[in-house]
Ligand binder design. Structure first.
Ligand SMILES: [Zn+2]
Length: 380
């Protein structure tokens, strides 16, 4: 049996700030090989965003095939830690170090769980990237390509991001909102404020367009998602003179949207409002991720019942929060996310409760064993 606390500590000791590996995937590979996994590793991309270390590991054969997805990279520690962020230390009931909850602790808990599960039925895989906290271009997407080339497709995917809010087990994520950023540039004709007929004020056009854009109700929300929301995040003119109508004005906005929308459609929708007031405006856009939802079903029920057995909690099925690599993986198979308490993630003195690592290991082990027993009747 692998001890999740010891393995978490050994992973924290690897300074794996995206896209550096710091030896983290060596530690993961060695632990997985010791419990019968076949491990494949490859680097993808080049500087400055890469090369990114990626790892795919698998054990067993046949169905059901459950994959655990996670990352070995961490965000930079920042200054002001009590100790060294890459020197794991236990103080009281907590294990401190960068990545303790996001998400070396969950990776270690899953490996520890797999070490206690019989090897003889079903397939268990791990999809581990070193590029989740960065641009995410050379990580999970590259791993999915690698899997597609080998016809590897899990039946379900459990992502170990820290989804719990106050107590371990209070929240499972079954979807995430999408996100799109847009940049608006409105040209005008510069002139003297006393002679407006000789000028064309881009601010007037931009403000009129933004007024309509921000009052557009995108939807009323769904059973599983809050209403989509648009926020203007910047308006820039930069005109130092009091008597000059400026020649240009620009703005930036972000929309967090639910599964009623696709990013492209929202860009078209904003453009339609914009051109009514500023026909010469240009609109740039970047979709960070589409919304996704794994409707409540077998996987979320398995995870919820494992949580209930170990903690007594009824987990909330949530779609709140930022994006994660589940946005890519959900295209493959039903995908849910469940992991540690997120209170200290990305912060100074990130720490995980030792007891939480032990309970999370038991929850993951229950998921692994119940996934098999549920499948057996249909296989006979
Ligand atoms: Zn994470």
């Amino acid at each position: 049996m692998i001890d999740p606390v010891d393995l978490t500590a050994r992973l924290i000791a690897c300074p794996s700030i995206t896209p550096a590996d710091g030896g983290a995937q060596d530690v993961i590979e060695q632990a997985l090989r010791s419990i019968g996994f076949e491990v494949h590793r490859f680097l993808h991309g080049s500087a400055p965003d890469g090369p990114v270390p990626n790892l795919f590991a698998t054990r067993g054969s046949g169905g059901p095939h459950l994959a655990f997805a996670g990352h070995s990279d961490v965000v930079p520690p920042g200054a002001g830690w009590t100790g060294n962020p890459f020197e794991p230390i236990i103080r009281g009931d907590l294990l401190y170090g960068r990545g303790a909850v996001d998400m070396k602790g969950a990776v270690a808990a899953f490996i520890a769980a797999a070490s206690g599960v019989p090897q003889d039925s079903g397939t268990i895989s791990l999809i581990i990237t070193g590029d989740e906290e960065g641009p995410a271009t050379h990580g999970t997407v590259a791993l999915m390509d690698w899997m597609a080339e080998r016809n590897i497709r899990p039946d379900m995917i459990l992502v170990g991001e820290p989804t719990s809010n106050k107590r371990l087990g209070d929240t499972i994520k079954i979807g995430r909102r999408g996100s799109v950023n847009m940049w608006i540039d409105v040209p005008g004709t510069q002139g003297h404020v006393a002679y407006p007929q000789l000028a064309d004020n881009p601010i007037t056009r931009l403000v009129s367009a933004l007024d309509v854009i921000t009052r557009d109700v995108l939807d009323e929300g769904t059973d599983w998602f809050q209403p989509s929301n648009l926020e203007v995040t910047d308006i820039t003119v930069g005109n130092p003179a009091t008597n000059v109508i400026p020649s240009a004005a620009s703005a930036r906005l972000n929309i967090r949207f639910n599964d009623r929308h696709r990013g492209d459609d929202l860009v078209d929708r904003v453009r339609a409002h914009l051109v009514r007031y500023a026909p010469a405006a240009t609109l740039g856009a970047k979709i960070s991720g589409e919304a996704f939802l794994t409707a409540p079903g077998q996987l979320s029920e398995l995870v919820a019942s494992a949580i209930h057995s170990e903690t007594g909690l009824e987990a909330e099925l949530s779609t709140s929060g930022g994006t994660s690599d589940a946005r890519f993986l959900s295209a493959l198979s039903p995908t849910v996310e469940f992991g540690l308490v997120n209170a200290t993630m990305h912060k100074l003195d990130e720490a995980v409760a030792i007891v939480d690592l032990q309970i999370l290991t038991r929850i993951y082990a229950r998921v692994l064993t119940s996934v098999r027993s549920e499948r057996k009747p249909t296989e006979q």
